[in-house]
Design a protein around this ligand. Structure first.
Ligand SMILES: Cc1cc2nc3c(=O)[nH]c(=O)nc-3n(C[C@H](O)[C@H](O)[C@H](O)COP(=O)(O)OP(=O)(O)OC[C@H]3O[C@@H](n4cnc5c(N)ncnc54)[C@H](O)[C@@H]3O)c2cc1C
Length: 346
């Protein structure tokens, strides 16, 4: 929405890592050779004793014609460059109001940000007294709103339905997309959704350079200690890791691996590598739980799921103004911690 500039939330990784004796090389991995213990990049080759794959998603826009902030007609906030383009598209919409369609395509694996966008856009338009000029539709591959790729979370289905109904945000669920043209989304099975601004999470895949080590969509399998089942010295964390959905959904969706989860996976993998170096058994097992603070315009919601996939010991969803303040405080704390290179074991 423009409340942060790229420089507010961007850090120079090399300078932060150097005092820890860690060299940062900015290069693209084209291939991993697990038998030769080598990583091949655009410009060089690197030998390794241990490898941690944390390459995140390939945003697979090519799977749906017309879907792309570059060659297509949709926007998304999943890279800094795309987020900046989205802001420009948002500014154009404010000048020439019209319908917004936002949400997630088939095989998308990250739903939270588009719920946040729906609430943020609604809030911003109401502040500007323009909401009546901008119909908003939440379009998703999820079988119902609030599913979020994890089979729902506490009362998330009822909660999102109620919130969207109150804010007059229409929903189209359980839907895959055939094609996107400059001004409409063509839905599988017929029907179209016209738009002035379309913001859609693309399908997720693993990135090409590591995909041969992974499943058919290029996500890397990991055992209980984040190790590749066939290569004990290769670890995987974050979005790159394969994680089976809790249940097959009629339109395929992926399980989100949030930043919160990724940080915990990274700490666990680091501790397990340290144990292996000392010839002791790995200490940390896969225990995936999640805590999220979801922006909702003027307010926010705290969401907790432990474990992340059902059945759960604990799941919790609470809307409150303090959650908004907690999110802002957490942002400041997280950036401060990262700037100073502070870390601790899980
Ligand atoms: C808009 C948005 C909002 C979000 N909000 C939240 C939130 O509130 N809370 C939360 O917990 N999570 C949130 N997330 C999710 C969170 O950002 C991700 O879960 C997290 O970034 C995943 O970390 P990762 O290291 O797996 O992947 P990434 O952060 O995607 O990092 C992967 C890195 O690998 C690099 N890379 C890719 N391919 C190659 C290659 N071939 N060679 C070399 N490098 C390569 C990429 O350039 C990138 O730097 C949000 C995500 C988005 C998009």
């Amino acid at each position: 929405m423009g409340s942060r500039r790229p420089t507010d939330i961007t850090l120079g990784v090399a300078d932060i890592l150097r005092p820890r004796g860690i060299t940062f090389i900015h290069d693209t991995v084209n291939e991993v050779q697990p038998d030769a213990l080598k990583v091949c990049t655009e410009t060089s080759e690197y030998e390794y004793d241990y490898l941690v794959i944390s390459t995140g998603p390939h945003l697979s826009c090519e799977e749906i014609p017309g879907l792309s902030p570059e060659q297509g007609f949709t926007h998304c906030t999943f890279t800094m460059e795309y987020a900046v383009k989205s802001k420009e598209a948002w500014n154009r919409l404010l000048e020439e109001p019209g319908p917004i369609v936002l949400g997630s395509t088939q095989m998308a694996s990250c739903f939270g940000p588009y719920y946040e966008l729906a609430f943020e856009m609604d809030h911003e338009l109401r502040k500007r007294k323009m909401r009546h000029k901008v119909p908003i539709t939440y379009l998703t591959s999820e079988p119902y709103v609030g599913h979020m790729g994890v089979g729902g979370l506490g009362k998330s289905k009822r909660f999102m339905e109620d919130e969207f109904a109150e804010l007059d945000i229409k929903t189209v669920t359980n839907q895959s997309i055939d094609e996107i043209t400059p001004d409409e989304i063509r839905l599988a099975g017929g029907g179209t959704l016209p738009f002035k601004l379309a913001m859609l999470a693309p399908p997720f895949k693993g990135v090409a350079g590591v995909a041969p080590l992974g499943n058919p969509r290029g996500f890397i399998p990991a055992d209980n200690h984040y190790r590749h089942p066939d290569h004990a010295n290769i670890y995987t964390i974050g979005v790159a890791m394969a994680l089976a959905p809790p249940e097959p959904t009629p339109v395929p969706t992926g399980v989100p691996k949030t930043g919160f989860m990724t940080v915990r996976m990274a700490k666990a993998a680091a501790a397990n590598i340290a144990a292996d170096v000392q010839n002791i058994p790995p200490t940390y097992e896969k225990e995936l739980s999640v805590v999220c603070l979801m922006d909702m315009g003027r307010t926010a919601a705290l969401m907790v799921a432990d474990p992340v996939l059902p059945p759960r010991q604990k799941s919790y969803l609470k809307k409150a103004l303090w959650a908004k303040w907690a999110k802002i405080q957490f942002e400041k704390y997280f950036l401060w911690k990262m700037r100073h290179g502070y870390s601790r074991l899980p």
